[in-house]
Design a protein around this ligand. Structure first.
Ligand SMILES: [Zn+2]
Length: 245
């Protein structure tokens, strides 16, 4: 079962990796393989560590680790790399009422190979869309706005696959449809799906205004995308590829 919070925040404290679902078998969960954990110190961290004012808070190190599927018939490994940062948190000692600071290691995963699945890549999803979904899953970790753009691309691919027109003619001139125009055409055949795509459009609004979209919004948009794909599969018999990959 997915640990949704780790997807939303995008970090893990003290090497407590969540039990992400294995992307290969979709049955086992991924366990952190401690002997593989490698810290790669940046040149700046090495040079600055001799400075008398140095603190771990200034370090910008990277990590690499293997995660191994617990399913005995799978045992697949996933490589996870990312950056290590440190947060200082103030705690209160209940006995003395004094405050003290603790520096905590924070791991921010930036890349998985193979990518983790946010939802199952079922066979009925057309091949051309599957490829972009896999890219989307990895972009989530290191480039949130590109991930948001990829969602919009996938929605256009879905509309292409449903034969929703991408151009229209007016006074003898052919124009390219923007999303809102394409949704007018979709509405004529499936109002519910039109509403789903529209709500996803609004979840992603920050990325269109060059603001950094939050991981929480992005995560919700990905779950929304799964609903849109499932609706395309259930409502449009021609959606899936003739060759079932
Ligand atoms: Zn597995």
């Amino acid at each position: 079962m997915f640990n949704y919070n780790i997807y939303k925040t995008g970090y893990t404290k003290k090497r407590e990796f969540p039990e992400w679902e294995c992307p290969l078998c979709n049955k086992g969960v991924l366990k952190y393989y401690e002997p593989s954990f490698t810290v790669l110190k940046s040149v700046d961290s090495v040079l600055n560590s001799t400075n008398e004012f140095w603190s771990p808070m200034y370090d910008k190190n990277s990590f690499a680790v293997l995660l191994i599927c617990t399913d005995s018939n799978c045992r697949h490994t996933v490589l996870c790399t990312g950056i290590i940062e440190f947060n200082d948190t103030i705690y209160k000692d209940d006995e003395t009422d004094n405050f003290y600071t603790e520096i905590e290691e924070v791991l921010k995963p930036r890349y998985f190979n193979p990518s983790l699945n946010f939802f199952p890549i079922i066979k009925k999803i057309p091949h051309i869309i599957k490829n972009d979904i896999l890219l989307l899953f990895n972009l989530f970790w290191h480039d949130t706005n590109s991930c948001a753009n990829k969602i919009q691309t996938i929605i256009n691919l879905i509309l292409d696959k449903l034969n929703i027109p991408s151009t229209y003619s007016e006074n003898g001139i052919t124009y390219k449809c923007n999303l809102s125009k394409r949704l007018e055409f979709l509405k004529e055949v499936n109002n519910e799906m039109t509403e789903l795509i529209l709500s996803n459009y609004w979840i992603l609004k920050d990325s269109r205004y060059n603001l950094n979209i939050s991981r929480s919004d992005l995560f919700n948009a990905i779950l929304h995308l799964e609903k849109i794909i499932n609706m395309a599969i259930s409502s449009f018999p021609d959606f899936k590829d003739e060759l079932n990959f």
